[in-house]
Structure formats: C-alpha cells, structure tokens
Design a protein around this ligand. Structure first.
Ligand SMILES: [Zn+2]
Length: 68
C-alpha cells in the first residue's frame, strides 16, 4: 500500500481500497505523489496560419494616366 519512494500511500484504484486503515495511513504518511501523476502530454505546436487565397485584385481603372 505504501510507496517505497516517498513512503506515501498510493492512490486507491478501486472503491474497495477506501478503508479506514488506509485513511489512517494517509493521515500518517500522506498520499504518494510520485510516479502516479501522468506526465502532461505536450500539445502539438499550432501550425502557422498562412493566408491561402487568391491575390487581391488591384482595382485600377485603365483610364487613369499618370501625367505631370
Ligand atoms: Zn511515492
């Protein structure tokens, strides 16, 4: 029941493990917190958002003529 690493009470797996004796062990030694917490999975890095689409059509009337 006790963890050999931290001498804590290992978390119960089933409801049958919730006994009075175990509760006293927890009060005495505390709960085990090593190697029981799963490592958080790293979320995949988000892909950079690329604007994929038609290029904006430049509205330029042909009648405009540069004149100085
Ligand atoms: Zn432990």
């Amino acid at each position: 029941m006790l963890c050999q690493m931290c001498n804590g009470v290992r978390p119960a797996r089933t409801t049958a493990d919730y006994t009075l004796a175990r509760a006293r062990q927890i009060l005495r030694h505390g709960l085990c917190s090593c190697a029981t917490t799963p490592e958080p999975q790293q979320a995949p890095a988000p892909l950079p958002v690329r604007e994929i689409g038609p290029e904006p059509v430049r509205a330029q009337p042909a009648s405009v003529i540069e004149s100085r």
